[in-house]
Design a protein around this ligand. Structure first.
Ligand code: HEC
Length: 126
């Protein structure tokens, strides 16, 4: 009888530690560390242009059908919108700007950080 009690106690203890293990795993997934976002090698062609492509920006902002007069199909045009602050205002959903992508999901924090980094670097054509 005593023996059984100990086994039950041990089983409970193991269950608790398993549950605790799961809980802390989930917490890490929900709160990715900022270091998960690598902005060290940001370029126009490989990073910023790729983000605009992947998020459908180019569909609505091609030269032939420039929504809101904003064209995002070349370095010179994207630079123009970076320089006048509208690119960052739109993707960060800042007040005073129309949030982009229109009708779509906001860019990830990491993508926004990469676009910011490119602007901080002086919007190079690289
Ligand atoms: C479904 C079409 C559509 C998509 C997709 C889209 N846009 Fe737009 N965008 C528009 C329209 C329409 C306007 C003009 C809105 C207005 O004048 O209020 C606009 C305006 C803008 C502006 C000017 C905003 C301002 O307040 O001055 C910027 C910058 C911009 N878009 C960038 C982007 C970027 C970057 C993406 C991708 C992340 C994107 N857009 C995706 C349709 C779109």
């Amino acid at each position: 009888m005593n023996h059984l009690k100990w086994r039950l106690a041990l089983l409970c203890f193991l269950n608790l530690s398993l549950l605790a293990g799961c809980a802390s795993d989930n917490e890490e997934d929900l709160n990715p560390k900022p270091t998960d976002c690598d902005t060290s090698a940001v370029t126009f062609s490989g990073t910023v242009n790729a983000i605009l492509q992947a998020n459908g920006c180019k569909n609505c902002h091609a030269a032939a059908s420039a929504s809101g007069g904003v064209i995002l199909d070349s370095h010179a045009e994207v630079k123009k919108r970076a320089d006048d602050g509208r690119l960052l205002g739109a993707i960060t959903h800042a007040s005073g700007y129309t949030p982009m992508p229109l009708g779509g999901t906001k860019l990830s924090d990491c993508d926004i950080a990469k676009v910011k980094k490119w602007i901080d670097n002086g919007t190079p054509n690289n």
